[in-house]
Write a protein that binds this ligand. Structure first.
Ligand SMILES: NC(=O)c1ccc[n+]([C@@H]2O[C@H](COP(=O)([O-])OP(=O)(O)OC[C@H]3O[C@@H](n4cnc5c(N)ncnc54)[C@H](O)[C@@H]3O)[C@@H](O)[C@H]2O)c1
Length: 325
């Protein structure tokens, strides 16, 4: 069954990097979008407000400032708007920030996800798409990462709580007949980049002439995936309920961090001041997506090369809303 256009979708975490691009995409296709975000200050709130301001200016968008940890609040939104499907993206991300913060990650990523699943179950929303992460694969020699690989050795509470979300999705599918697609995103970047992630931090520090920390002297690989490609994959998953599936959304082309920094230096026209600490224990050496399943089930076809994506990131960075801060 393919869901028709012109329906209402609920997007949690709508003011974030991926959520804001997804909302724009759904609205451009003629759908209505109800977005939930709590505008927490994990990173610069002005950036989230700027993302939300773009969405507010678009026809068919409703913003609700709410916290997914508040079950009643989530229920009220679902009851009032009857979404045909939910893209559940709101979460605390970041493997390193999670270290020492397990209770908080549990509240937001596990209890928050249960609240979304419960609202969907009790109020008749049949389909949930869940933002999972490549981090669930942990440190493994099996490359590329395939969805059937074991994911039972998480390196921090962030992937542990995301894996819990994937497993809870199965429970709701099995017991309550809901459809659930967990999408494992691989290192997402682009305009509206998260200030806590490498692409923003490296760009910002090179531009300011400040040192960057390049773990293991840059001898680590990440499968960088442009945010528009991710949003296209999430849109496809929203429109195409598949029963219960876990699907990688990456580019399938891991890049050495040293090469990634070089590409940014070329764009910024300045050399990085590089420090080379060892990688923290929470960081895998390589991430590498096998994207066969996404291509087969979702028609997923990443379009944007790393060079093009970094051009877009650099262009956005220079004109971003808080660039005078
Ligand atoms: N960006 C990546 O590389 C990446 C990789 C793997 C997985 N993911 C996952 O994708 C999703 C979106 O990530 P992103 O990069 O857009 O992050 P983001 O932080 O930019 O967006 C998440 C949004 O959720 C909101 N939020 C957080 N806690 C909330 C709560 N309790 N109630 C309501 N809203 C809340 C935040 O304010 C933020 O706007 C997350 O679930 C993340 O774990 C992202």
């Amino acid at each position: 069954m393919v869901l028709p256009m012109g329906k209402t979708f609920l997007v949690t975490g709508c003011a974030g990097l991926i959520g804001s691009h997804l909302c724009e995409r759904l609205l451009a296709a003629g759908d209505r979008v109800v977005g939930i975000d709590n505008f927490n200050d994990y990173y610069d709130v002005r950036q989230k407000q700027a993302n939300a301001a773009v969405l507010r200016s678009l026809e068919g968008f409703t913003l609700i400032e709410a916290d997914i940890r508040d079950a009643e609040g989530v229920n009220e939104v679902v009851a009032a708007h009857h979404p045909v499907a939910i893209a559940h993206l709101a979460a605390l991300a970041n493997v390193r920030y999670a270290v020492g913060r397990t209770p908080l990650y549990n509240q937001v990523n596990v209890t928050g996800t249960i609240n979304v699943l419960e609202a969907a179950r009790t109020l008749g929303c049949p389909h949930v798409v869940f933002a999972s992460t490549s981090s669930v694969y942990g440190n493994t020699d099996r490359l590329p990462f395939v969805e059937d690989d074991p994911c039972d050795r998480p390196l921090s509470a962030y992937p542990a709580t995301k894996r819990a979300g994937e497993l809870l999705g199965h429970t709701y599918h099995h017991l309550h007949g809901m459809t659930f697609t967990g999408l494992r995103f691989f290192s997402v970047y682009g305009p509206r980049a998260r200030p806590d992630m490498m692409p923003f931090m490296v760009t910002d520090r090179i531009a300011r002439g400040e040192p960057i920390a390049l773990f293991n002297a840059g001898q680590m690989k990440r499968d960088w995936t442009f945010v528009d490609d991710i949003a296209a994959g999430v849109e496809a998953a929203l429109r195409e309920p598949l029963g219960y599936e876990l699907i990688n959304l990456g580019r399938g082309e891991p890049v050495l961090m040293a090469d990634f920094v070089k590409l940014l230096e070329d764009r910024i026209g300045r050399s990085a001041v590089i420090e080379t600490p060892p990688a923290p224990a929470s960081e895998p050496i390589t991430t590498y997506a096998n994207t066969d399943k996404a291509r087969r089930l979702l028609g997923y076809q990443p379009q944007t090369s790393l060079a093009e994506g970094l051009d877009a990131l650099w262009a956005w960075y220079q004109n971003r809303p808080d660039s005078t801060a």
